[in-house]
Design a protein around this ligand. Sequence first.
Ligand code: NAD
Length: 496
Amino acid sequence: MVATLFIDGVWKAASDGAVHDVFSPHDQRVVAQVSQASQSDVLDAIDAARTSFDSGAFTSWSFKERSALVAKIADLIERDSESIAQKESADTGKRIVEAQYDVADVVATFRHFAALGAKEHDRRVDVGLENVTSRIVHEPLGVASLIGPWNYPLLQIAWKVAPALVAGCSFIVKPSELTPQSAIALMGLIEEAGTPKGVANLILGPGSVVGNSLISDPRIDLVSFTGGLTTGRTIMHAAAQTIKKLALELGGKNPHIIFADANLDAAIDNSVTAAFLHSGQVCSAGTRLIVEKSIHGQVVDEIVRRAGQIKLGGPDDLLAESGPLISQAHLEGVTSYVNKAIAEGANLLIGGTRSTDPAHANGWYFLPTVLDDCLGSMHCVQEESFGPVMTVEVFETEAQAISIGNDTNFGLSGGVWSGDSAKAERVAKALRHGTIWVNDFGPYRPQAEWGGYKQSGIGRELGEHGLGEYLEIKHIWTNNVPSRSGWFSDPGHGGA
Ligand code: NAD
């Protein structure tokens, strides 16, 4: 029996016995079989989370106690990091070394929120009255649905689970149906650490089957979602019925601007990493290169040369530098994105098709691709491919670089390269994106907020704000010397 749902502190098979195969994107092997929740399992999980929250079993813990729990979970993840990385690598097809980096980031995330939670959260407000004590206190927001994507499965879930636990929320985790194994492992460690039953629940299955109740049930107070724009819209719509709180981390189409006065060797090398790391399946991938006209040929020639050298391979290929796309459907999507770009006038310089290497015959490998002569009006410039596809545009002035960089409905991240620090700072400030890297691209830390402007999302994860998403803020006004308000006249009143 496959029992990988975790509901009300118990590992369960799906109520109808349904199971779901997880396939390797590298060779289509079945790497795991997991339970696929039914609608009644989803309702049970929501019930368990609501009941545990309303019982006060976890909300009555102090911030310090919940922070200690989260610190303990961090230690347990670190203890099991190798086996978790193996699972993550098997599900996503990414190299084991990348999965190891991801798990280390998960541990850092739990430690960050444990440290943040242990700080003082409440504050006094000076209302200018001697007889009044005014306090701002923070309380757990309630029951949360935590829904994650497949590209960084455990990391994206960790950004939600760690603050939810510190805050004292109860929740239902739903990882992507394509990559469930690491979330199952995490749930086991949350249980081992001594989390009260019903606080943490795990539902597995496709969003189209199990998602609706998680985003619309009136017993859910918050939906925290990381995934695509279209799903984000569906969630906003469903959540509107009961005015749920929303935290949305959606897509990006991230401008990467290179001025002629930049350190070009570093800029080019980082451009290759920004676009082709994890085969472009990164929300903050720098796939939209915007380069000063005078250096366009030099930069693009070198990027094309480097792109042609990237060695693709599966989890066990020690020489591999990047892995497969997640699924056949995604490979078909990236292929049609490139074909549409060419039809619109983009100039394909390299790649553009799946790999024909016999070693990749059973996997979803797409060649690193560069499309030159792109314009802001083209779909390939405006839409996220979520594959290893770089588009190239040119600019001649600083104002033009900013205008092109902001010509997108997304606003997740961007980069600017220049040897002129004042210019780089001006451009960084003018770009309407949630993270800007200057003379760098890609690094982040759990201590710094992450999130999108415009249609890249709502709210922020990580940093201090990432905990705030899971807290309600209450103002308590206490009059220590009660007296009449005296607002309305009261002629009959003789004094009490
Ligand atoms: P997706 O939207 O297809 O799926 C994300 C999750 O939502 C999955 O668990 C899926 O099962 C679930 N889901 C789908 N339909 C649902 C519904 N109707 N109700 C409830 N849940 C539903 O996204 P994906 O393909 O898994 O991930 C790729 C996307 O995620 C990209 O657009 C990428 O940019 C984005 N992403 C953003 C960030 C960020 O920090 N902003 C990070 C990682 C990924």
